[in-house]
Design a protein around this ligand. Structure first.
Ligand code: NAP
Ligand code: MG
Length: 502
């Protein structure tokens, strides 16, 4: 269980990883029913970072039972007013802020991302998400509905809708933004009044477990949020198939997303999915290259390319292609690769040995199909899971590296002659999560934005997230939206009430 974390880090985070972490069920911290534990690794070193209780079916059953009990009509959670619920969620946002350094350190240690990034992005965005959702608790209104039932003396009708929480929700999240993904999932579910069983990714369970402590500290009633760490094939699958779960919300690979849909069919639980992407990022001839070149680099290299919306296919007008490739490659070569805890680091290790092998496999596949690296192209060093920021050229639309989600710091750059050639290529993957457009011509920007089959289109910017802005995918990138008021709709049921009056 030893950890080699230096003493030079946030003391609370160091203490957190020094103990075997338990799971939260019904407000109590427990070992797994099986007594099993599993390791989570520090991807900068490949060494064990902490040991964590390994939940499986039995723990999921217990957690779902606790969530069901917390959802009963007369439970403290259900009796709470909308305003009280909102204040609790707001308080959680403030507690996250208060523990920024500790949460950011845990995130950096467990996931590998730069501490500076976790501190500036992951943690404040998570806090802000809860505060945004807190405001919605008092605004989940239904409608009054004018009916057209033919008039009969003595029978008129008054009809209205209620927005009610969907019930017990299972949430399964990935490892790329462990805390933020927990916030995206928990925030709207809590605002709607649901109860939750959350399963964090096996690679990065720590920040969700620390968040669960803050949830209890904020004062949420027992059983409202249960966190069961464990493996996807066991704990995750049990949650997705559970007959007493009303909705499952999943973020991860499209492949596992399809398994979730099948598992959910047993009791026809509601399903929302936020899946993979292979997002086109288009630089037009008239783009301001001063912003487009660094923008294109950060669109792919942010979070080491481990973003479902990463701008991984760069389409550049042929007239400026060489200049852009040179510019983005220069940016790639300048990026400081290193351990997340080093303040100078801009790009940390990939999350796991498995991801390292996966990304290197894609690089080899690209080279074997004739692609070349204008920058990067290799793994870095022997310790930890580092890959160079890579710009692939000589690529063709049908290559695996252009069609499949690599989930690493690898962009493919492809020239295009005109919009007629660009559009079909940009839309030609099974995904439809995001897209970027760089141009100084507002007409071209909006016309292309309308034609791209993507849930988010960024114009002259990329990776801008806001709790109020819905996020989700077209095509095989998912079902439903996260954030914004649309997320709340997906955690509520609409009840139509129709009353006769004289
Ligand atoms: P993944 O397998 O889809 O994992 C996402 C979550 O689903 C994790 O919590 C995982 O658990 C769980 N899970 C796995 N199998 C499950 C099952 N049969 N039933 C229920 N839950 C299950 O993703 P990954 O293996 O970490 O990464 C593989 C690829 O997925 C990446 O290379 C990338 O292309 C894509 N990905 C996309 C996103 C995104 O945000 N869209 C995020 C991560 C990965 P455990 O990890 O604990 O086993
Ligand atoms: Mg880890």
């Amino acid at each position: 269980m030893a950890t080699t974390v230096s003493t030079n880090i946030d003391a609370n985070a160091a203490q957190f990883v020094a103990q075997t972490r338990k799971m939260l069920i019904n407000g109590k911290w427990m070992a797994a029913a099986s007594g099993k534990t599993f390791p989570t690794y520090n991807p900068a070193t490949g060494e064990v970072l902490a040991m964590v209780a390994e939940g499986d079916k039995e723990d999921i059953d217990r957690a779902v039972a606790a969530a069901r009990k917390a959802f009963e009509n007369d439970s403290p959670w259900r009796r709470m007013t909308a305003s009280e619920r909102g204040r609790l969620i707001w308080k959680l946002g403030d507690l996250i802020d208060k523990h920024t350094e500790e949460l950011a350190t845990l995130e950096s240690l467990d996931n590998g991302k730069p501490l500076t990034v976790a501190r500036a992005a992951d943690v404040p965005l998570a806090a802000e998400l809860f505060r945004y959702m807190a405001g919605w608790t008092t605004k989940l209104e239904g409608n009054t509905i004018p009916l057209s039932v033919p008039y009969t003396p003595g029978a008129r009708y008054h009809a209205y809708t209620l927005r009610e929480p969907v019930g017990v929700v299972g949430q399964i999240i990935p490892w790329n933004f462990p805390l933020l993904m927990a916030a995206w999932k928990l925030g709207p579910a809590l605002a709607a009044g649901c109860t939750i069983v959350l399963k964090p990714a096996e690679q990065t369970p720590l920040s969700a477990l620390r968040l669960a402590e803050l949830i209890m500290e904020a004062g949420f009633p027992d059983g409202v949020v249960n966190v069961v760490p464990g493996y996807g094939e066991t704990a995750g699958a049990a949650l997705a198939a559970h007959p007493d779960v009303d909705k499952i919300a999943f973020t991860g690979s499209t492949e596992v997303g399809k398994m979730i849909v099948k598992a959910a069919a047993g009791n026809l639980k509601k399903v929302t999915l936020e899946l993979g992407g292979k997002s086109p990022n288009v630089i037009m001839k008239d783009a301001d290259l001063e912003i487009a070149i660094p923008g294109a680099a950060s669109a792919i290299f942010f979070n080491h390319g481990q973003c479902c919306c990463a701008g991984s296919r760069l389409y550049v007008d042929a007239a400026i292609y060489d200049k852009v490739v040179e510019g983005v490659s220069e940016q790639a070569k300048k990026i400081k690769v290193g351990p997340g805890l080093d303040p100078a680091t801009q790009l940390g290790p990939l999350v796991s040995d498995e991801q390292l092998r996966r990304v290197c496999g894609y690089l080899e596949s690209g080279f074997s199909e004739g692609a070349k690296a204008a920058a990067g192209g290799h793994k870095v060093g022997d310790k930890g899971y580092f890959v160079e920021p890579t710009v692939m050229v000589n690529t063709k639309q049908n290559m695996k590296i252009v069609q499949e989600e690599i989930f690493g710091p690898v962009v493919t750059a492809i020239p295009y002659k005109n919009v007629e050639e660009l559009l079909p290529a940009a839309n030609d993957t099974v995904y439809g999560l995001a897209a970027g457009i760089w141009t100084t011509n507002i007409n071209k920007a909006h016309s292309l934005a309308a034609e791209l089959r993507a849930g988010t289109v960024w114009i002259n910017c990329y990776n801008i997230f806001d709790a109020a802005l819905p996020f989700g995918g077209y095509k095989q990138s998912g079902w439903g939206r996260e954030m914004g008021h649309e997320a709340l709709e997906l955690y509520t049921e609409t009840k139509a009430v129709c009353a006769r009056y004289a």
